[in-house]
Write a protein that binds this ligand. Structure first.
Ligand code: FMN
Length: 450
C-alpha cells in the first residue's frame, strides 16, 4: 500500500509551541501542566474507576467467522489493561449476524458469549497482575447494528433508514417500522449476554452512521414512528436504553453519540436547519438530557461519518492512501471534537463525558486532557489511535508523569488503511513487526470508498 506525503507534519517540540499554534488558529485548547487529575479515581454509576484514562472503542477486525474474539483480540485488551487505562471501551460488537460492518467484527451471541466471558476475565486479570486488586478497570462493550453499512447482510438485505444522497450512490431498500421494532429486542438480548460475560456497561452505539445513529438524522423518513420529528428520530435509541435498563438491571447503560455529522441538513444530525454542515447542538443537547434522565451513566462524544468526513472524527496528518488530504488543520478538528464533548458535558454535569480526538496531540495530550478535566469539560480522556500505538501510556504517566514521544500515535491513518483493506487493524508504526507486516501485505479495497 503506498502512502501519501504528510499534509502537515507535526512540528511542535513543546507544549508552548502547540499552544501558540492553537492561538494562531483561534482555537481554545485548555492546558494544565499538572496532570495528576488524570490518575485520580472516578465514580461511574456508583462504581469506582481507577483513573480517568479511557481506551476508546477501536475495532481490530480480528474476530473468528462466528464473531467470537479471535487470536489477536485478547492481545489487544490485555495490552490496554496492563497499560493502565481505567476505563476500557470494547470495540463495536454486533447484535446480529447480518449486522456486522465487516466479516471479522465481533458478534455477541449465545454461541460466542463464553468466549466474551473469557475475554473479560483475562482483561481484568491483566490489570490486576500489573497494578494489584484495587485497580479494576471499568469495562464497557459497544453494541452496534451496522444498518446501511452492514457488510454481512444477505444479498439485498442491507437497508437504510432513508435515502441519503451524500452517502448512497443509489437508494438502498428502507427499513419498515415493524422491523425496526424488532431491533430493540436484539440489543436487549445482547445486553443480557454482556451482563453475563461480566461487562460493567453496554454502549448503545449512536454514532458514525450506523443504524441507531442514522435514525437520529432521518429527517426525510416521513410517515414513520422512527423518522421526521425529533421525538420519532430518537425513538429507537431511547426505546433501547429504556428496555435495557428495565430488563437487564445488572448492566449499566452508556451511549457513544455523534454530536454532529458533517452531512448537510436534512441528511444529518446536529447540523443547522439553515443548511450546510454548520454545527447545531440544540438536538444533541436535548438528547443528552434525555439520556441522562433515562439513567445513562456515561456518554462518549464523537462526530462525523468515517468514510464521508474522516477528518471530523479522527483528525489526521496523512490521509488514507488514495483519499483527499484533510481540508483543515488537524488542530481545528481536535478543538472541535473536544468542544463538542464539553458542550454536552455542560448539559449533563452529573454524567461523565469521554472526550474524543486527543491522539493527534501526540505527547501533549496529557496536559490538554488535564485542562479539560480540571475545567469540567469532560469526565474522562479517551484515546483511540493513541491506545493502539501506546497502550501503556497510562502506566507511563503513573510512573514518569510524562509520555515517551517515540511511542505516540503519529496520526498516519495506517490503522484505518488496514481496516479498509479487510486486514486486522492495529498500529503499523508503533506495534511492529505484527501490524507493519500486515500493512505491507494489505491491498487497498477495490473501488475504495471516498
Ligand atoms: C482503526 C479504527 C477503528 C475504530 N473502531 C471504532 C469502533 O469500534 N467504535 C467506535 O465508536 N469508534 C471507532 N473508531 C473511532 C475511535 O474510537 C476514535 O473516536 C477516533 O479514532 C478519534 O480518536 P483518537 O484521536 O483518539 O484516535 C475507530 C477508529 C479507527 C482509526
Amino acid at each position: 500500500m503506498t502512502g501519501q506525503p504528510l499534509s502537515d507534519r507535526f512540528q511542535y517540540k513543546t507544549a508552548d509551541a502547540l499552544r501558540r499554534k492553537a492561538e494562531a488558529l483561534c482555537v481554545d485548547l485548555p492546558f494544565d501542566s499538572d496532570i495528576r487529575i488524570l490518575l485520580e479515581p472516578a465514580d461511574v454509576g456508583g462504581r469506582r474507576v481507577p483513573n480517568r484514562l479511557a481506551a476508546q472503542p477501536m475495532e481490530g477486525c480480528d474476530a473468528t467467522p462466528d464473531g467470537a474474539p479471535g487470536e489477536l483480540t485478547p492481545r489487544r485488551y490485555e495490552r490496554f489493561a496492563s497499560g493502565g487505562s481505567g476505563l476500557i471501551w470494547f470495540e463495536a460488537t454486533s447484535v446480529a449476524a447480518g449486522a456486522r460492518a465487516n466479516p471479522r467484527q465481533l458478534f455477541l451471541s449465545a454461541d460466542t458469549a463464553p468466549a466474551f466471558r473469557r475475554l473479560v476475565d483475562l482483561t481484568r486479570a491483566a490489570a490486576r497482575r500489573q497494578f494489584g486488586d484495587r485497580h479494576d478497570p471499568y469495562l464497557v462493550v459497544q453494541l452496534t447494528h451496522s444498518g446501511r453499512f452492514s457488510r454481512t447482510a444477505e444479498d439485498g438485505g442491507r437497508k437504510a433508514a432513508c435515502f441519503n444522497p451524500h452517502l448512497d450512490r443509489e437508494p438502498l431498500p428502507e427499513w419498515a417500522d415493524e422491523d425496526l421494532d424488532g431491533v430493540r429486542e436484539t440489543f436487549v438480548r445482547a445486553a443480557r449476554l454482556a451482563a453475563d460475560a461480566g461487562f460493567a456497561a453496554v454502549d448503545i452505539k449512536a454514532c458514525h452512521g450506523y443504524l441507531v445513529h442514522e435514525l437520529l438524522g432521518a429527517h426525510t423518513r416521513l410517515n414513520s414512528r422512527y423518522g421526521g420529528s425529533f421525538e420519532h428520530r430518537v425513538r429507537l435509541l431511547m426505546d433501547i436504553v429504556s428496555a435495557v435498563r428495565a430488563q437487564v438491571p445488572a448492566i449499566a447503560v452508556a451511549v457513544r453519540l455523534n454530536a454532529t455529522d458533517g452531512v448537510p441538513y436534512p441528511y444529518g444530525f446536529g447540523v443547522s436547519p439553515e443548511g450546510g454542515t454548520a454545527v447545531d447542538l440544540a438536538e444533541p443537547r436535548r438528547l443528552a438530557r434525555m439520556l441522562a434522565d433515562a439513567g445513562c451513566v456515561l456518554l462518549n462524544i464523537s462526530a462525523g461519518i468515517p468514510n464521508f468526513v474522516p477528518h471530523l472524527g479522527r483528525p489526521f496528518d496523512r490521509p488514507v492512501a488514495g483519499t483527499a488530504p484533510p481540508p483543515e488543520h488537524p488542530l481545528l478538528g481536535v478543538a472541535r471534537l473536544i468542544g463538542l464533548g464539553a458542550a454536552i458535558q455542560s448539559e449533563v454535569p452529573a454524567v461523565p463525558v469521554v472526550a474524543t480526538g486527543l491522539s493527534w496531540l501526540r505527547q501533549f495530550w496529557p496536559p490538554v486532557a488535564a485542562g479539560l478535566l480540571t475545567r469540567g469539560m469532560a469526565g474522562f480522556a479517551g484515546l483511540g489511535r493513541g491506545v493502539f500505538a501506546y497502550p501503556d501510556a497510562a502506566a507511563d504517566l503513573m510512573t514518569r508523569g510524562v509520555l515517551d514521544q517515540t511511542k505516540c500515535c503519529i496520526a498516519c491513518s495506517r490503522c484505518t488503511e488496514l481496516m479498509r483493506a479487510g486486514s486486522s487493524a492495529g498500529c503499523a508504526v508503533r506495534d511492529h513487526p505484527l501490524y507493519a507486516s500486515l500493512h505491507r501485505a494489505a491491498k487497498p479495497p477495490a473501488g475504495s470508498a471516498p
